[in-house]
Ligand binder design. Sequence first.
Ligand code: COA
Length: 420
Amino acid sequence: MSVVVRNPKPDELTTVWEVLCGAFGEGPRERFRRQIWEDSTFAIEQIRIAEVDGKIVSHVWVAERPVFYRGQAVLPMGGIGGVGTLPDYRGQGLATLLLEDAIAYMERKEHAISMLFTDINPFYARLGWANFPEWRFQLEVQRLPDKSQVPEGYFVRPCEIDKDLPDLQAIYRKHVEKLQLSLCHARPNNFWFDGHPQYLGLKPSHVVVKGQGTRDEGKAVGYVCASATERGIRLSEFAYDPEHPQGLIALAVALASEAKAEGKEGVIEGITPFAHPLPQILAELTDANLWHQVSEHMMLRVNNLLQCLEIAQTLMEKTLTEVGAKNLHGSFRFSLSKPEQSAVIEVQSGKVKVRDNDAAEVTIPVTPREFCLLFFGAVSVWQWRHLLVRKGVVLNETQTALLSLLFPNHPTAYWGGDHF
Ligand SMILES: CC(C)(COP(=O)(O)OP(=O)(O)OC[C@H]1O[C@@H](n2cnc3c(N)ncnc32)[C@H](O)[C@@H]1OP(=O)(O)O)[C@@H](O)C(=O)NCCC(=O)NCCS
C-alpha cells in the first residue's frame, strides 16, 4: 500500500467533497460544500489528504480561527475539522497520520492553540487535545412578560443585515471586550457575509435599538441569531453593548413571545457563556426555571505554551496594575505533560516576564486539561490548586492569590456559526 499525504489540487476539491460525504454520510453534504466554497477563511493549504494507491481516502481541515483571550488579546488558533476516512480504509492509521501532519502545519502557522469538536474524545486525547467545558442553557417560558416591562426607548426589530452589519460587528467586539470573553472567534469582517458560517448559525435575526420616543430608528445596542425549533427557538449567538443592559430586557420580552408563537411550548435554548445575563433575564421575566448543561465535546490543544503565556502577558500586567499589586512577586514554571513543554512566568514589582528556562520558585506539572481550565478561566485558582495536590504540589496562599490575578476566572464561548 503506498500512502501519500499532501494538499489537494484545486481541481480535486470536488473529489475532496465526495470523500467527506463518503466518510460522514450525506447529512452534512451542504455544510461541506459551503465550508469549501463559501468560507472566505478557507485556503487549499489548510486541507491535508491521504492518498492510497492513487485514491483520496482520508481528509483533515485546519481552519484559520484566531480567538480572543480575555476579550483583548488574540490567540492564533487552528480549528480541526472534517477528520474523516472512507469506511474501507479505516483502522490503518490514516486519520492519525493526517492529524500528526496537521499538528506540524499548525506549528508552521504558529497557531498557539487548536480546537475541535467531537464525540470520540479519546481518539484525539492521544495526540494532546483535552476536553474543555462548553455551557448551554434551556428554559421554558411560563408567563409572557408584559410589553410595559420593556424599558422606554428600546425597541426590537428584524435585522436588516446590509444596513446593520457595521453596528453588529462593533457590538460583537465590544461585548467580547467588556465581558472579557475567551475563545470567541476574532472574525475577519468578510466572514459575516460567508455562506458557511451563515449556514451554521451566524445569521443575526433580531436587533435591539435605542431609539427616540416611540421610534425604532436609532442606535443598535444588541442582537441575537435566533432560529425556530419545533418547541420554540434556538439562539446560536447573542451580544449586547454592555453600556445598554436595558437592551437585554427588550430582547428577552421579544424572544419570549416568539418562542410561544404559533402555539409552541416556549422553549428557548442555546449556547452561552456561563451565567451570561441574557438567559438569566429571560428566566426571570418569564418565571422559567433556567437549566444549564455542560458538555465536553470541545477539545483544546496547547500547541505552544510559551506563546500562549506571552500573548497573555500584557493582560496579566494590566490586572496587576489595576489592583495596585506592586508588591507581589513570585515565579511559576508550568510543565505541560502533552505535548511536553514548559515555560516560566515571573512577577516582580508589577512586571510580568515570560521565559522558557527552568528556574522558578515552584514547578507546576499540568495536564493539558488542567492548564486550559486555568488559562481560559473556567475555574478559580482557589479551587484549581486542589487539582494539583495529588501530585504533591501545594500552592500557598500568596502564590494562589498571585496566580488568581494572572489567571482570573472569566467566561468562554464558541458561537455556532464559527464552527469548522
Ligand atoms: C474516526 C475516523 C476518522 C478514524 O479514521 P481512521 O483512519 O480509521 O483512524 P486511525 O486508523 O488513525 O485510528 C483508528 C483509531 O480510531 C479509533 N476510533 C475510530 N472511531 C472511533 C470512535 N467512534 N470512538 C473511539 N475511537 C474510535 C479506533 O479505535 C482506532 O484506535 P486504535 O488505533 O487504538 O485501534 C473514521 O472512523 C471516520 O471517518 N469516522 C466517521 C467520521 C467521524 O466521525 N469523524 C470524526 C469526527 S470528530
